[in-house]
Design a binder for this molecule. Structure first.
Ligand code: MV4
Length: 445
């Protein structure tokens, strides 16, 4: 096992990883930008080093500097958290070149999933159901029209280098396809520096259901059940839960096996998530694989008792996965609400500023992962995620009621948060019924 780990991240996830390290008896090294001198992760780590200015490109994305600090502080491994350098194959290779261990998958596996057309082809070959569509980039608008006619409208145009919803557009007929093609091409070039596009059949009213996998370096792979993440705003997840109300044991088994095939096909190791779109007939289709720990991992931990971050560390330290598939059970239900520094009355505009008062409730079955304290100033430089409140109950209704109670008892003053939005969402009849389709937020008003 490692004796010291550097955490190349900030905010709640840096704090979450530090907690896992403490429980494993591992020393921690934090890194921080000039804007984060007073951040919580800096205070709770054993050591902390300034790595650059507020702009992430010069600090949390500064590969050279981060590796330098790791070497100098004698850390043996680097945990990337999510975002920033978590899915950067070049970073992984640089970490390894410096003689350090990356706590995450191998660089080739990250690359295999990075380019969407390539990932779709690999998944089809591995027998994983994929949304009908192309596995190669589309060369021209004429080709796009021909393919859309074959697939049948409506279709979705997406950027091959994209993911997470950026640079994608729906087209319900040929005129819309022309528009979508031009728009996506422009965005793909601007955001990803690569104009390659592909086309998929548009799935109406889908749910976003993802399967958590854990794989060690010896070929052992398990799936750790699904998370339902359909409640999103502008492709940003807001509420997640586990298990999903629509996933019955037989479907879970099928999706779990497909996720394991996906991981096996790219020689995956460490924790990862296979995202599926699930249509109203409960057909499921591979969407993409996230080759990192995810924001919403706690709902899985709450219903399975498996500590995913500790397993990430153990797997990176070449430990064998001791959990067998048949040991993975589901106990109760968990709901996560992401608390953002945003003003729901002002179109969810970021709301930075000083937290003048802070009080979280404490109750059994309530977990709060956060990176804030009373007196802390939220800066405008990074993702506005302040905290994640995760409520566990024997069933969904018990978890929902606990979550509502916890939200109502939370006090965050000085800045605006989306807590009022969560209270409204969790009280809505559609949420209570489990009708959490992707259009849930638009229908909330
Ligand atoms: C889709 C889709 C319908 N058909 N792909 C992909 C990234 C994710 N953030 C949104 N994505 C979608 N891809 C096809 N072929 C609908 C969405 C979608 C969505 C999916 C799940 C949950 C919420 C969503 C919100 C908007 C769009």
């Amino acid at each position: 096992m490692f004796s010291k780990i550097l955490i190349a991240n900030r905010g709640e996830i840096a704090c979450r990883v530090i907690k896992a390290c403490k429980e494993l008896g591992i020393k921690t090294v934090a890194v921080y930008s000039e804007a984060d001198r007073e951040a919580l992760h800096v205070k709770i780590a054993d050591e902390a080093y300034l790595i650059g200015p507020a702009q992430a490109a010069q600090s949390y994305l500064n590969i050279k500097k981060i590796i330098e600090v790791a070497v100098e502080s004698k850390a043996e491994a680097i945990h990337p958290g999510y975002g920033f350098l978590a899915e950067n194959a070049n970073f992984i290779r640089e970490v390894e070149k410096a003689g350090l261990t990356f706590i995450g998958p191998n660089a080739d596996a990250v690359e295999a999933m990075g380019f969407k057309t390539k990932a779709r082809k690999t998944m089809m070959d591995a027998g994983v159901p994929v949304v009908p569509g192309t596995t190669e980039g589309i060369k021209s608008l004429d080709e796009a029209k021909k393919i859309a006619n074959e697939i049948g409208y409506p279709v979705m145009v997406k950027a091959s280098a994209g993911g997470g919803g950026i640079g994608m557009q729906i087209a319900r007929n040929e005129a819309e396809l022309e528009q979508a093609f031009k728009m996506c091409e422009m965005r793909a070039k601007a955001y990803f520096g690569d104009p390659t596009l592909y086309i998929e059949k548009y799935i109406e009213n889908p749910r976003h259901i993802e399967i958590q996998v854990l794989a060690d370096k010896f070929g052992n792979i398990i799936h750790v059940n699904e998370r339902e993440c359909s409640i999103q705003r502008r492709h940003q997840k807001v509420i997640e839960e586990a298990p999903s109300v629509v996933v019955i044991p037989q479907l879970r088994e099928k999706m779990g096996e497909a996720a394991k095939r996906a991981a096996k096909a790219i020689n995956y190791d460490n924790a990862g998530t296979v995202e599926f779109l699930v249509d109203t007939q409960l057909n499921f289709y591979f969407l993409e694989m996230n080759t990192r720990i995810q924001v919403e991992h706690p709902v899985t931990e709450m219903i399975t008792g498996i500590d995913l971050v500790k397993w990430q560390i153990k797997i990176a330290a070449k430990e064998k996965l001791s959990i067998k598939q048949e040991d993975v059970k589901i106990n109760g239900h968990a709901i996560e609400c992401r608390i953002y520094a945003e003003d729901p009355d002002k179109n969810f505009m970021p709301s930075p500023g000083k937290i003048t008062k802070l009080s979280f409730p404490e109750m059994e079955g309530l977990r709060i992962d956060h990176g804030i304290y009373e007196g802390y100033t939220v800066t405008p430089y990074y993702d506005p995620l302040l905290a994640k409140m995760i409520a566990w109950g024997k069933n969904r209704e018990e978890a929902r009621k606990k979550m509502l109670k916890a939200l109502e008892q939370t006090v965050i003053e000085g800045i605006k948060t989306n807590i009022p939005f969560h209270i409204k969402a969790l009280s809505h009849p559609l949420f209570i019924e489990g009708k959490t389709y992707t259009n849930f937020i638009e229908n909330l008003k």
